[in-house]
Design a protein around this ligand. Structure first.
Ligand code: ZN
Ligand code: ZN
Length: 557
């Protein structure tokens, strides 16, 4: 293969080997002058990673930022945060037009209007089924069922053939809102010949087939129907099928729907505009809640992940201005806690139960279903598409590995086990990893975006574990110590194992260390700082068993 030959490559920059942060590149052309498209630009939640002070994570897109003149477009499969959530933050570094279907496009626009200072992203609307030519790529969106309307697989055609990027999908013939995954459409793609299937791995370890949204809707209806008093349902704000299911149940049982929470309001507005709530009466304002009889209301609340500022958490703390719950009311968690959020969700459930509220979760009732394919659904997808090669994505190592084994068992010749940063040549030839490019994570630290390798987070973690000792020492030109060193401790226990106050142990250690240094050495502030730092940390280790951070400042007077 010569360096000037056109190649088709796949380069995942996020979401492969981790949950969230989905961002994948497809490149076409000779190595030195490739044209690129990106599929998805998502974020991740830092909850489970133990990163103090960090809530959101983004993929490091510096590889494509450096080549942004050759980035022709960003194609969004669907409007979940792990696929669109990095756009507001990272788009100014890319500036390529963002292609999305109406629902995702309108959600992005609505959100931008709600956030002052958000970049004015160039948005272009995609119609599923219609092909768009952009440089060497021909793009076609193929609708799939998932847990948000207008989810799509993307068929990417080049001179080298057809690649199918599934995005998030499941099989659901009765999805309540949005499309089904059409066997005919995927069989037709299979007939055309697929050189590589880049496919969702999320639920590969689960046997069988996932239940339909319609089954969930029927259960929600029953649980609203037989509730003696108020019902509150919490779900992911973006799950329009679930919102629709609640609204239909309310309509059938003579209850009014009140939606509470900004994220929920935004999605409901867009869902109405796009027709996903057709045939349902308007929802009532939150301030009507207290005027409605207790058996005539259903509340839709944000906060299914235990978010402290969301509506449900506020209700559970009794500090929501409009919504209160009491003994005998019923709360349905039509959701599952994302790993890392279980504790917060559990705390809310306990608070609600202490109020006398009856709490129903997916542990006892089918009130939630995942939007990702289980094994039998995967079998169907592989049978329809018959790809020459498979590349598992959208999962952690466990899921990717299981998916790789599964794909081989389906008779796929080539399975490429890629991770973020791998350059996979899809064509010509047999797909394989030919190179690696930089990939990693960025953290959103309040208003600042920092590299995952930034010192801030490891330092914070260390401070959280063992606290800090600060020492300030004044030393004159002759190397004599002036006055008493100023000492403070933070995050340390009051006393050591010997019963002595730790602050006294620090003070003695500092004095002793200064005495052992010659006046000549004491004039060298760096040497003093190092000696004191070492001695204090070692003394703390002796009496406490931990080495705190130590911050020594020598002031020369
Ligand atoms: Zn999704
Ligand atoms: Zn996803």
């Amino acid at each position: 293969m010569t360096a000037r030959q056109d190649e088709l490559v796949f380069v995942p920059l996020g979401g492969v080997g981790e949950i969230g942060m989905n961002a994948a590149l497809y490149g076409f052309g000779p190595e030195k002058s490739r044209k690129w498209i990106m599929v998805d630009c998502g974020m991740g939640f830092a909850g489970e990673e133990g990163l103090p002070g960090i809530e959101l994570m983004f993929p490091d897109l510096s590889f494509i930022e450096k080549r942004r003149e050759d980035l022709l477009g960003i194609f969004i499969t669907h409007a979940h945060e792990d696929h669109i959530g990095a756009i507001a933050e990272l788009w100014p570094r890319l500036k390529a037009p963002v292609y999305a279907t109406r629902f995702a496009k309108q959600l992005l626009e609505t959100r931008r209007l709600a956030e002052p200072g958000a970049p004015k992203v160039v948005l272009k609307q995609i119609t599923p089924g219609k092909r768009v030519t952009i440089g060497p790529f021909e793009i076609e969106y193929v609708p799939v069922a998932h847990s948000i309307p207008e989810s799509n697989a993307i068929a990417i055609r080049t001179e080298h053939g057809l690649v199918l990027h599934t995005g998030d999908w499941k099989l659901d013939d009765t999805p309540v809102a949005g499309d089904i995954t059409s066997p005919e459409a995927f069989r037709a793609l299979g007939d055309e010949g697929i050189i590589a299937l880049v496919c969702d791995s999320t639920n590969i370890v689960r046997e069988g087939r996932s239940p339909s949204e319609a089954e969930v809707a029927a259960n929600i209806k029953r649980l609203i129907e037989d509730a003696p008093h108020r019902v509150a349902v919490t779900t992911f704000a973006s799950n329009v099928a679930r919102i629709r299911a609640v609204a239909e149940a309310a309509q059938a049982t003579g209850r009014e729907v009140i939606a509470v929470g900004r994220a929920m309001d935004r999605v409901i507005d867009v869902a109405r505009e796009c027709g996903y709530l057709d045939g349902l009466p308007d929802f009532r304002e939150a301030n009507t809640y207290n005027h409605l009889p207790r058996d005539k209301v259903v509340c839709l609340l944000t906060g299914s992940q235990g978010e402290a500022r969301a509506a449900l958490a506020r209700v559970s703390r009794r500090d929501h201005p409009a919504v209160t719950l009491a003994d005998g009311d019923r709360v349905i968690f039509s959701s599952r806690a994302i790993p890392g959020n279980e504790r917060d969700v559990g705390a809310i459930i306990n608070d609600l139960i202490d109020m006398g509220v009856e709490v129903i979760t997916d542990r006892t009732e089918l009130v939630h279903v995942s939007g990702h394919p289980r094994r039998d659904e995967m079998v169907a997808m592989y049978a329809w598409t018959r790809p020459k090669a498979a590349i598992p994505v959208h999962g952690e190592a466990l899921h990717l590995d299981e998916h790789a084994r599964f794909a081989r068992a389906q008779g796929v010749d080539t399975v490429v086990k890629a991770r973020n940063g791998a350059v996979v040549r899809l064509a010509p030839g047999t797909p394989e990893i030919i190179n690696h490019v930089p990939a990693g994570r960025l953290y959103k630290d309040a208003n600042v975006l920092i590299d995952a390798k930034d010192r801030a987070v490891p330092e914070r973690r260390k401070l959280a574990q063992a606290g800090i000792v600060s020492v300030a020492i004044a030393i004159d030109a002759r190397g004599d110590v002036l006055g008493e060193p100023a000492i403070d401790i933070m995050g340390l226990p009051n006393q050591g194992r010997d019963g002595e106050p730790l602050i006294d142990t620090v003070a003695e250690t500092v004095k002793r260390t200064l005495r052992t240094l010659s006046p000549g050495k004491r004039k060298d502030s760096e040497a003093v700082e190092n000696a004191v730092d070492r001695a204090v940390r070692s003394a703390m280790n002796d009496v406490w068993g931990k080495k705190p951070a130590c911050h020594v400042q020598v002031v020369e007077v």
